[in-house]
Design a protein around this ligand. Structure first.
Ligand code: ADP
Ligand code: MG
Length: 225
């Protein structure tokens, strides 16, 4: 499903070059539930953004669903991302002058009209499952953090992606809301989705099938029996 080979990503700031990611190999099967852990600055977000086709890399190969990301142009990448990947950001990433409903439906914007209509009909059921059904006409700043994160998750799920990527999805939440968000992600995994969670919290990492540790842009597997 996901295969990275010799992927490198560097950032240049002035004279200095920082190697944010240097991965000989990373593989993830369909339906896996993976935690990516590691200290701040170790490259977790860089990896997740590359997996999510949000950022380009300098070298190497990224195969996703039998397609090579590096062979696709921007439009093809955007299309693949839209159909395949749901991304949950740490800081929710909601648009503040859009209503909750408009935020959730954003990823459907470029879909054919018929499909868009079908998604709009599904919105109610999705929001009911996330307990935000009464918030649709509100604006993000009228919601609690927990509700905002669930709106961000609804937006990630609206196109029914096979892969769900979450970057510290509980980083800004209290323990009750963290548990709610974790339960939602685990439920998506049980439905067969591939779920990759970047997290600082050991309890979340422990709930995953596989833990990978990032250090200085490199990966090592943890928690193997
Ligand atoms: P993490 O998510 O584990 O905290 P990141 O992937 O955000 O780590 O960052 C990995 C490294 O890349 C860090 O050293 C960070 O400073 C650097 N980095 C990330 N994004 C940028 C950027 N846009 N410009 C320059 N350096 C960056
Ligand atoms: Mg990060």
């Amino acid at each position: 499903m996901i295969d990275l080979t010799n992927v490198k990503k560097t950032y240049q700031t002035g004279e200095a070059v920082c190697t944010a990611l240097d991965l000989p190999h990373f593989h993830c099967d369909q339906g896996e539930l993976i935690a990516i852990i590691g200290e701040s600055g170790s490259g977790k977000t860089t990896l997740l953004r590359i997996l999510g086709l949000l950022d380009q890399f300098d070298k190497g190969s990224y195969q996703i669903k039998h397609l090579k990301a590096e062979d696709l142009n921007n439009k093809q990448q955007a299309q693949l991302r839209n159909q395949t990947i749901g991304f949950v950001l740490q800081h929710f990433g909601l648009i503040h002058d859009y209503t909750v409903k408009e935020n959730i439906l954003m990823p459907t914007k470029y879909l054919p009209r018929k499909i868009r209509k079908a998604k709009a009909l599904k919105l109610q059921a999705l929001c009911l499952s996330l307990n935000i059904q009464d918030q649709l006409k509100k604006y993000p700043n009228q919601l609690s953090r927990g509700q905002q994160q669930r709106v961000a998750i609804a937006r990630a799920l609206i196109n029914e992606p096979d892969i769900l990527l979450a970057d510290e999805p509980t980083g800004n939440l209290d323990s009750l809301n963290s548990q709610i968000v974790l339960d939602i992600l685990l439920a998506e995994h049980r439905k067969g989705k591939t779920v990759i969670i970047v997290t600082h919290e050991q309890s979340i990492a422990d709930a995953c099938d596989r833990q990978v540790l990032m250090r200085d842009g490199k990966l090592s597997e943890e928690g193997m029996p």
